[in-house]
Design a protein. Structure first.
Length: 238
């Protein structure tokens, strides 16, 4: 579904941010992307979306990422931002959810059918006509996920999906993530959430992949995590 081959990126000449990144994510996999601040997680996602240039090869599905394939790639991948306020830009949840399908050429009736189906699947139909500035952070995060799902992406990127959420809303987001059948790449410092949602983990440090393996293998390795300035998930401590 997603493949990186020897991908490199630098903001300034001679200052690498991503170095020789290679990995493959199969269709339907849920993969956690972890690392301390500055490891390169968010940059990797921006490169995958074509927001930053790169050296090397990135393939999404059967499409090689390039200037002339950006639209096709971006229709395949949905991106859920860390700050939902930067994603929800229309007055109401309904208008936000309609925006993508309408701009992809669907009729108003088709778009609204998609909206209603996603709202029902996520159990948040009560948010449909709510104003974005009047809903809670957890509700806004759920609405942001719903907005992406109306576009039927084959893969979803998530940047810190549980940040700044209270325990109840955090659990709702985790349950929602686990219910999604699409390919998922989730960048987060919340290692407990990664352990709950991902069967595989890619560990990054200083723009390089340090280890790629099962969630159990990496998230239970105290020495490995501490060497890369992280700690065991809370549920594994003690």
């Amino acid at each position: 579904m997603i493949e990186f081959k020897n991908v490199n990126f630098e903001y300034e000449k001679g200052t690498p941010v991503l170095t020789d990144i290679s990995f493959k994510i199969e269709d339907g996999e849920s993969v956690g992307l972890i690392g301390c601040n500055g490891a390169g997680k968010s940059t990797l996602m921006k490169v995958l979306l074509g927001l930053l240039p790169h050296e090397g090869e990135i393939t999404v599905g059967d499409v090689k990422l390039a200037k002339d394939t950006l639209d096709e790639v971006r229709k395949t991948i949905g991106f859920i931002l860390q700050d939902s306020d930067n994603q929800m830009f229309m007055p109401t949840v309904f208008e936000d959810m309609m925006f993508g399908p309408l701009n992809y050429g669907h009729t108003k009736e088709e778009a609204e059918a998609r909206v209603d189906k996603v709202l029902e699947e996520l159990g948040i139909g009560y948010l449909k006509n709510k104003y974005n500035h009047k809903i809670s952070g957890g509700e806004k995060k759920m609405a942001a996920i719903a907005t992406i799902l109306t576009m039927h992406p084959r893969a979803i990127l998530m940047d810190e999906p549980t940040s700044a959420l209270d325990p109840e809303n955090r659990r709702k987001i985790i349950n929602t993530i686990n219910g999604l059948k699409t390919t998922k790449l989730i960048a987060s410092h919340d290692l407990d959430m990664i352990l709950d949602t991902c069967e595989r983990v890619i560990l990054m440090h200083d723009g390089k992949i340090i280890k790629d393996g099962t969630a159990d293998e990496i998230l239970k390795d105290k020495a490995l995590l501490e060497a890369n300035h992280m700690e065991l998930p809370l549920k594994l401590q003690g």
